[in-house]
Ligand binder design. Structure first.
Ligand SMILES: [Zn+2]
Ligand SMILES: [Zn+2]
Length: 388
């Protein structure tokens, strides 16, 4: 089959990426994005394109040869509720929303891989192109799985990638085992008796108790968990019903915890309950803890990490081992409850603003690198000619 002109593909992909960037959509509202993806996949001549999987998810299937193995590649499509600071011609046309995590770039790189593999082949088996909704919520992968993804579009293994600000363009990084953390959320409600600011002794106000509790929660990581276990407990909000000259009878403490093993997540919750109840008792108020698990930890399969490195070395400029796991979270981890997989990082350039920053922009110079990696891993794992 004729080889696609890579320069022309890169220019075309830059156009797609900027179009997607200008039209960011929030999780489960990616209607325009999903329609864009599905129409491109049909234009490339895939064997099947199914929309509406898990809400706004799209699955494309491409078969070549007679091989019975299937490999999945996954991209995320959703944007964030952030107001973009940009003067670029392709800046967000959807006020209050922007692609601040580069999912416009991930979607484009996977579309590029679909176009390249449909045109050139070079593998024997089935490729599933999975475009998931609502990654930022941690709900989109589960929605697709609950909609029968594994039964309707079975695959043996899965790969995904995320751009990474600070790493050079063309640089590839991953690691064996834990690479992205679990995310848990918590809310602690303290109830007492509010009253006149001039007569604190006549009630049981909750603000001083809440301040003590925020301080005591810092001892979960520093004094109750092993230093060998990476974890974070962050209080992010303290809200009371107090006002000028009235002490609050209610206080809410909200926050976020990260860890890499389910046992550590369970221990954070257990210690949080002990500390909340003990502190509340000391201040003569009551405490109610709600603890939820939003993202599970992402564990890379050792053999597939080796495979990813081998594929990356053939098509990318520079390859390295990620020194330590990141305490960010990724919905990709949900697919790994069903099949082994590997998640990797690709540089977004040293000058890139951080992810989720209002000045962030995906670097189009990285597009072809991601597409080349996707194609190389497919050809390597599905026994085709050496990928390029
Ligand atoms: Zn994000
Ligand atoms: Zn992201």
């Amino acid at each position: 089959m004729a080889e696609l002109d890579r320069d022309a593909l890169r220019r075309e992909m830059t156009g797609w990426r900027r179009d997607l960037h200008a039209h960011p959509e929030f999780g489960f509202e990616e209607k325009r994005t999903a329609a864009f993806v599905a129409s491109k996949l049909r234009e490339f001549g895939l064997d099947d394109v199914t929309e509406g999987v898990g809400g706004t998810g799209v699955v494309g299937t491409l078969k070549r040869g007679s091989g019975n193995r299937a490999i999945a590649l996954r991209a995320d499509m959703d944007a964030l509720r952030i107001t973009e600071q940009s003067t670029a011609a392709y800046r967000s046309q959807n006020p209050g929303f922007m692609h601040a995590c580069g999912h416009d770039g991930h979607t484009t790189m996977l579309l590029g891989a679909a176009k390249l593999l449909a045109a050139e082949g070079g593998f024997d088996g089935t490729v599933r192109f999975i475009f998931q909704p609502a990654e930022e919520w941690g709900k989109g992968a589960l929605a697709m799985l609950d909609d029968g993804l594994m039964q309707r579009f079975p695959f043996d293994e899965i790969f995904g990638l995320h751009n990474m600000p600070g790493l050079p363009i063309g640089y590839f990084e991953t690691r064996v085992g834990p690479i992205m953390s679990a995310e848990d959320n918590f809310e602690i409600v303290l109830k007492g008796i509010g009253g006149h600011a001039a007569r604190p002794h006549s009630g049981n106000e909750t603000l001083v108790a809440a301040c003590a509790l925020v301080t005591n929660l810092q001892t979960i990581v520093s004094r109750r968990l092993s230093p060998a276990d990476i974890s974070v407990v962050s209080v992010t909000e303290l809200i009371t019903d107090g006002t000028r000259n009235a002490l609050p009878g209610l206080a809410r403490i909200l926050g976020d915890a990260r860890s890499f093993r389910p046992e550590v997540s369970a221990e954070i919750e257990r210690q949080m309950r002990i500390i909340a109840e003990g502190t509340a008792a000391a201040y003569n108020v009551s405490a109610e803890v709600t603890y939820t698990r939003e993202f599970v930890p992402l564990q890379n399969d050792a053999e597939l990490v080796d495979e990813a490195f081998a594929a990356a070395k053939r098509v990318l400029a520079d390859v390295g081992v990620a020194a330590e796991p990141m305490t960010g979270s990724e919905d990709f981890a949900r697919f790994l409850d069903h099949v082994p997989g590997c998640f990797v990082f690709l540089g977004n350039g040293k000058a890139s603003a951080p992810l989720h920053n209002s000045s962030y922009d995906f670097n189009d110079d990285g597009l072809l690198h991601g597409t080349n990696f996707h194609a190389a891993i497919v050809r390597q794992r599905l026994g085709g000619e050496a990928g390029k």
